[in-house]
Design a binder for this molecule. Structure first.
Ligand SMILES: [Zn+2]
Length: 88
């Protein structure tokens, strides 16, 4: 999957230097990033591709963390479950 580092109205949006590959998770983890940029005070002017990635990373990681917490609360095997009790 490819991911643009710049919003739709930016002149460098389709410059290959500003397009990265991302896995499915990261690609969808923060798919309203550009919509939210103004509210979050995120800006794209004068930043290198590496700086753009670094700026975005915390938002992707926040989504990963919330998924992790959901998994631990709802999906993960319970830590206090005693396996020996289920043996007949
Ligand atoms: Zn990823």
């Amino acid at each position: 999957m490819v991911r643009h580092l710049l919003p739709k109205d930016h002149p460098n949006r389709d410059n290959p230097d500003y397009i990265v590959t991302a896995c499915m998770f990261c690609n969808t983890a923060d798919n309203r990033y550009f919509d939210m940029a103004e509210r979050r005070g995120v800006s794209f002017e004068g930043l290198s591709p590496d700086q753009l990635v670094a700026q975005r990373l915390p938002y992707v990681e926040a989504t990963r963390q919330s998924y992790r917490e959901f998994w631990e609360a709802n999906v993960a095997p319970r830590q206090d479950y005693d396996m020996t009790e289920s043996v007949p």
